[in-house]
Design a protein around this ligand. Sequence first.
Ligand code: ADP
Ligand code: ASP
Ligand code: MG
Length: 405
Amino acid sequence: MVQKFGGTSVGSTERIKRMAERVMQEKNKGHDVVVVVSAMGKTTDALVRLVSEITSEPSKREMDMLLSTGEQVTISLLTMALQQHGVEAISFTGWQAGIRTDSILGNAHIQAIETGRIKNELNIGRVVVVAGFQGITGDGDISTLGRGGSDITAAALASALKADRCDIYTDVDGVYTSDPRFVPKASKIPSLSYEEMQNLASMGAGVLHPRAVKHAKKHGIPIYIKSSFEKGRGTMIHGRANQNGSTPVIGVTFEADINRLEIFDCNDIEGFQEALMCELASHHIQADVYKQSCRDSLSLLIKEQDLQEVLSILDKEKEKWMYSRIERKGGLSKVSVIGQNIKSQPAIKIDMCKILLENAVRVKLVGESAISVTAVVEKRQVQLAAESLHTGFGLDYEAVMKASV
Ligand code: ADP
Ligand code: ASP
Ligand code: MG
């Protein structure tokens, strides 16, 4: 089995010792155990801050070289904690674990895992502790998988090793109908299908990286999201769809830091749109790109973390597409209601707009996909919007309890 411990769960040496006990519990049950860990606490953020004291344009190679060090601290400390208890254990960086990625540094995708070395260690009875969030490119450079990427490492290893289970230990005790830190009335979801989890995660539910779900789904590995600190059942993610046909909306998600870029006077707006979407996809950047017919411009909604990269891609394309200027608007957020086949139920979009209007949330834009309806709002109203939609669609804890009686 694979166990993954996130940043808060290994935020101090005390906590690392506690997590070592969790590893030992599984080992004592007779499992072969591979453990994936994140950097301690907010280490990765601290490393990013250090960079900003040196340069605003760091080279991607050096950035990944630096960020990968956080996880390396944790693997060795956890391995020492296990050895301290007489447990045979060995730590591996991403490359030692055989994790091969493409060369999109900072946001690399895992292409293959050579599991030989891990399997050898498991065969001689050792616990293998692997650094999350990192791998090695074909050129032999260290790559990172994007923020929150240790989840991907865990699920990809579980899939490559055909593990019985992948347990993700974190600072909440499961997946909720919305982020419980912002929406206190959110209720815990006991089980979700891979599709449902992927839909929630891809639209902002940060409890699990969306690409982790993809890897687990490939070989049908069940993922359990559990608390590192409390006992309890958590949320199970597996192949079976839920039977809650009466409530098409399963959750409310949000992405708090969104920028809108509007590009004016391009000579061939359709051609530009297509080329730009391809270019962004080749950098693994997700963006909503749409035409503003009334202003003859192209608009992009992108995450704050992708802003610099997108601006530099646009700058490179300027001569080719001959646009005149770019206007940027920050301080925006996206709030989404998520459910299967939502597009075929137009009432949901109408209800969403009504609920937001009744709660005095100013909606800038509404968009939809097969799995979501999304409203763009001012960042200062994102919590109000999420809470109102959560209540409006009957997801509040009390409403869910009442319905289940
Ligand atoms: P880790 O460091 O363990 O990977 P993360 O901070 O990445 O932890 O993920 C856990 C956090 O995800 C929770 O603290 C919670 O605030 C947030 N979160 C966002 N959406 C949800 C949701 N739908 N259910 C549970 N937690 C959520
Ligand atoms: N340490 C990395 C981050 O903070 C990866 C992870 O925690 O999953 O994003
Ligand atoms: Mg995480």
